[in-house]
Design a protein around this ligand. Structure first.
Ligand code: PLP
Length: 501
C-alpha cells in the first residue's frame, strides 16, 4: 500500500516491480514517489544519463495517477537529479553525483530523530531552479538597485568602525531594535517598544526559535495550505504534527482551525503565501479568539506587506492581539535583499525571555556590523526612500507584466494575488497538469523560466497555475516574457489540436 493506494500486483515496468519502490507514508504521493526514486538513483538502480521509466508505464506499475508520476519527476528535475528531454522523456542527470548532497550516497543510519525527519523532507521547490533562463520568473529574486548597494557599502564601512570587535548583544543592536519598534508602530499598527524586539537571521531563524520554545515532538501545528515550504519543513524537522488547513479568497479557513487544538498556528495574513489572498478582518478576530481559547500561539509571517499597490494594507494581526498570543515576524529579505539575513520578532511578553534565551543559545547574536549599518540606514531616512523607490519600480513591473499577460493570454488565464508583494499567481483553468508541464517545457526552450504553484499545495488545486515572481526582471524584460508566454500557450494549443486530429 502507498498511503491509501494499492499497488497493482502484476504490473511490470522496465523490469521494475512495485516492491522496488519504498514509500515512506509522509506527505503527498508525488513527494513520496520522488523520494523513492531519489533513493533508487542514490542506490544506483537508475544510472546517470539513463532514462527514467516512461510516466504512463510507471503510473500503471504502481497503480498511481500519471499526474502523481509527473509531479515526482518534476521534483527530481527541480533538484537537478533528472532532466526532461521533451518527448524523449525524463532522464537521470548525467552529473547526478554533483546534485546529491554530500554524504547522501552513504548508508549511515540517521544519527537522531531530527536527522531522520530532515532526511525525509521533500526537495525544496522554491529554492531549486532548473538551469537558469534569461527571462526567469522565479519567486524570491530581489530587485537589484545599484544605488542601494552604493549606500549599503558606505553604511557598512562606517558601521565597522562603530560596532567594534566584541560579541554583539544577543537580542540585537539596541538602536536597530528601537528603529524597528518605531517603524512597526507606524506602518503596521503594532504597539511595542525596543524591549519587545528580537533581531534574528531572517524569518527562518525566527521560526526555528519559536518551534524550539513552543513545541515538543508531536505537538499539533496548523499551517496554511498552500504554504511556504521552508516554514513547513522547519516545523516537520522539529517533529511537529502539521495540520494543513485550506485557504480561500479570504485567507485561512478559520472555521477548520478550531478542531485541531493546535499549539501553534502559522499564517501569512497580509498576503497569503503563495495564493495571495488577504485574511479578512472577521477571520482575524476569529483566529485570535481560537488562539486565546486553546492557548495557541500564532506565528504571523508578514513577509511582504511593505509592497502595497492598492491603498494601505490592513494593520498586522498582532495589532489586534489583546491576548498576547501573536509572534510577529518581519524580514529584510524583500525590503533590502535576502543575503543580508536579518529579520526581527515582535515577541509576545509571555515568550520574550524564552525567545531571547533560544537566540542566545543559537548564535550569541546576529552580526554586529550589519545590524549597525541597518540601524543607520533606517535612521538616516535612506531605508524609507529606498522603499518608496522600490514600490514605484515594482508597481511598474507588476503593471507591465499584468498588461502583457492580459494582452497575450487574457482568454486563458486568471490572475490572482497581485495587489501586493513581489509575485502573482497565474491560474490556467483550461489546462491539465500534464499540459502545464509541457507549457513550462516550451517556455524553457524559449529561455523563459516558469514555475508551477502546485508544489506549494498539500491538496492539489483544481487547476494548474504558475507562481510568477517579477522582482528580478526589468519592465522591458517582463514585456517580452509576457509575449513569449502567449506564444508558448499558442504552441501548446497547436500541439493539442494536432494530437487530436
Ligand atoms: C512566505 C515567506 N516568508 C518569509 C520569507 C523570508 O524569509 P527569510 O527572512 O528567512 O529570508 C519569504 C521569502 O521569500 C517568504 O516567501
Amino acid at each position: 500500500m502507498i498511503g491509501n493506494t494499492r499497488i497493482g500486483p502484476s504490473a511490470r515496468c522496465q523490469g521494475l516491480r512495485p516492491k522496488d519502490f519504498e514509500f515512506d507514508g509522509q506527505g503527498p504521493l508525488y513527494e513520496q514517489l520522488a523520494r523513492a526514486l531519489k533513493r533508487a538513483i542514490i542506490d544506483g538502480r537508475f544510472s546517470p544519463g539513463r532514462p527514467l521509466p516512461p510516466t504512463r508505464s510507471l503510473a500503471k506499475t504502481l497503480n498511481l495517477s500519471r499526474n502523481t508520476v509527473l509531479g515526482a519527476y518534476e521534483l527530481l528535475c527541480a533538484e537537478a537529479l533528472a532532466t526532461t528531454r521533451g518527448r524523449a522523456g525524463t532522464w537521470v542527470a548525467s552529473d547526478v553525483q554533483a546534485a546529491l548532497p554530500a554524504g547522501s550516497a552513504s548508508s549511515i543510519a540517521a544519527p537522531s530523530r531530527y536527522a531522520a525527519r530532515t532526511r525525509r523532507l521533500p526537495a525544496p521547490t522554491l529554492g531549486a531552479r532548473k538551469p537558469p533562463t534569461r527571462l526567469d520568473l522565479h519567486y524570491g529574486e530581489p530587485v537589484t538597485d545599484p544605488r542601494l548597494f552604493h549606500s549599503w557599502r558606505r553604511k557598512l564601512a562606517a558601521a565597522a568602525l562603530q560596532a567594534g570587535p566584541r560579541y554583539p548583544d544577543p537580542v540585537g543592536f539596541r538602536p536597530l531594535r528601537r528603529a524597528i519598534s518605531e517603524r512597526v508602530a507606524r506602518r503596521r499598527g503594532i504597539v511595542c517598544t525596543e524591549e519587545d524586539i528580537l533581531i534574528v537571521a531572517g524569518t527562518q531563524q525566527a521560526v526555528t526559535l519559536a518551534a524550539r520554545v513552543i513545541l515538543d515532538e508531536g505537538d499539533p501545528v496548523v499551517i496554511e495550505d498552500p504554504s511556504y515550504q521552508y516554514v513547513a519543513d522547519t516545523l516537520t524537522a522539529h517533529g511537529a504534527d502539521l495540520k494543513f488547513v485550506a485557504t480561500d479568497e479570504h485567507g485561512l479557513m478559520t472555521s477548520e482551525v478550531q478542531a485541531h487544538a493546535a499549539r501553534m498556528i502559522c499564517v501569512t495574513p497580509s498576503h497569503q503565501f503563495p495564493s495571495g489572498s488577504i485574511l479578512s478582518l472577521e477571520r482575524r478576530l476569529e483566529l485570535l479568539k481560537i488562539a486565546s481559547s486553546h492557548g495557541s500561539w500564532i506565528l504571523e509571517d508578514d513577509y511582504d506587506s511593505e509592497f502595497q499597490y492598492q491603498g494601505r494594507p490592513l494593520p498586522a494581526l498582532r495589532s489586534l492581539d489583546l491576548g498576547d498570543r501573536v509572534i510577529y515576524i518581519g524580514s529584510f529579505s524583500k525590503t533590502l535583499f535576502p543575503s543580508v539575513r536579518l529579520g526581527y520578532v515582535v515577541c509576545p511578553a509571555g515568550l520574550r525571555a524564552d525567545l531571547c534565551a533560544a537566540k542566545r543559545m543559537d548564535d550569541l547574536g546576529s552580526p554586529a556590523i550589519e545590524q549597525a549599518a541597518l540601524a543607520a540606514f533606517i535612521q538616516s531616512g535612506q531605508f524609507a526612500k529606498h522603499l518608496r523607490a522600490t514600490v514605484t519600480e515594482l508597481r511598474r513591473r507588476r503593471d507591465v507584466l499584468i498588461e502583457g499577460l492580459r494582452r497575450h493570454a487574457g482568454a486563458h488565464i486568471e490572475i490572482q494575488g497581485a495587489q501586493s508583494g513581489v509575485h502573482l499567481v497565474v491560474w490556467l483553468p483550461r489546462l491539465t497538469f500534464a499540459q502545464l508541464d509541457r507549457l513550462i517545457e516550451l517556455a524553457g526552450e524559449r529561455d523563459l523560466g516558469l514555475y508551477p504553484i502546485h508544489p506549494s499545495y498539500r491538496v492539489r488545486p483544481p487547476h494548474p497555475g504558475l507562481l510568477v515572481g517579477y522582482a528580478g526582471q526589468t519592465s522591458p524584460a517582463l514585456k517580452t516574457a509576457a509575449a513569449l508566454f502567449g506564444e508558448c500557450l499558442e504552441s501548446l494549443h497547436a500541439e493539442t489540436r494536432k494530437s487530436l486530429s
